[in-house]
Design a protein around this ligand. Structure first.
Ligand code: ZN
Length: 251
């Protein structure tokens, strides 16, 4: 522990020598451009591998850089970064050789963490054909690291935080990157961050889609109580323009 405190004192002295106003400036507040969502692995330090210093990057890390929709820690970081700090870019950073990803691919029990790893097993399920086609185990795990990053970027896009931000003039850009520990290099996976053709499922205006799907079916009335069907003549009488369902009214 002494080593840590000694390192800290030396770092303060070096910083002050290079820039006497450095700490005063940081104490006035932060306006980082980036949010980094990475793995807790000690070999993937957010600042070091991106060449960013204090004040430049907001950081959230967990095992295997996951974006889990029931993780209030991650959601709180995301909301604060987007809505208060106004970050411009969000980086989901996975890394080859990730122990969490490897554990998820193995059919073993590790304890509590198995439940967290289930989220990565869901990625395997979605991409099972591609995953199983790769015979070499190292290559299969490397691809799973990439697929996991891709799915976590999509998970970001599914959140109401990002959906709401995209209705503003300056929504943050979403990126998926993978870090190679052996080389020290970051690679941009060029992930398509749109939920695209799944928008009718994850979009927050899903009821509009439901109305389109069912509009030709007589008897469909999204405002009817608990799925109760009404007659076609009642719908005609009410007039189509009257039917403007919202999620609030039907929940
Ligand atoms: Zn990892």
């Amino acid at each position: 522990m002494k080593q840590i405190l000694d390192n800290n004192e030396k770092w303060v002295a070096d910083r002050k020598a290079a820039d006497p106003d450095f700490f005063n400036r940081l104490a006035n507040g932060q306006k980082p451009k980036y949010l980094f969502i990475g793995c807790s692995d000690s070999r993937v330090p957010a600042s070091a591998i991106t060449g960013t210093g204090p004040g430049e990057m907001f950081v959230h890390r967990n095992i295997a850089n996951m974006v889990v929709h029931t993780d209030f820690n991650m959601l709180s970081v995301l909301q604060y970064a987007v809505e208060v700090l106004g970050v411009e870019d969000i980086l989901v950073v996975g890394h080859y050789g990730c122990g969490g990803v490897a554990a998820a691919a193995a059919n073993k029990q590790y304890g509590l963490i198995d439940n967290w790893l289930t989220n990565i097993r869901d990625v395997i399920r979605v991409h099972e054909r591609e995953f199983l086609r790769i015979k070499n185990e190292d290559e299969r795990l490397r691809r799973l690291v990439e697929l996991n990053v891709i799915e976590q970027v999509r998970n970001l896009a599914k959140t109401n935080i990002i959906q709401n931000a995209r209705k503003t003039s300056k929504p943050p850009r979403l990126h998926g990157l993978v870090y190679d520990i052996k080389e020290g290099l970051l690679r941009d996976l060029q992930v398509n961050d749109e939920i695209g053709d799944l928008d009718h499922i994850y979009g927050t205006e899903a009821m509009k889609h439901a109305e389109e799907v069912f509009e030709d079916q007589p008897g469909f009335n999204p405002q009817a109580d608990k799925g109760k069907r009404v007659s076609e003549s009642e719908i005609i009488a009410a007039g189509k323009k009257e039917h403007k369902p919202s999620l609030q009214k039907t929940s």
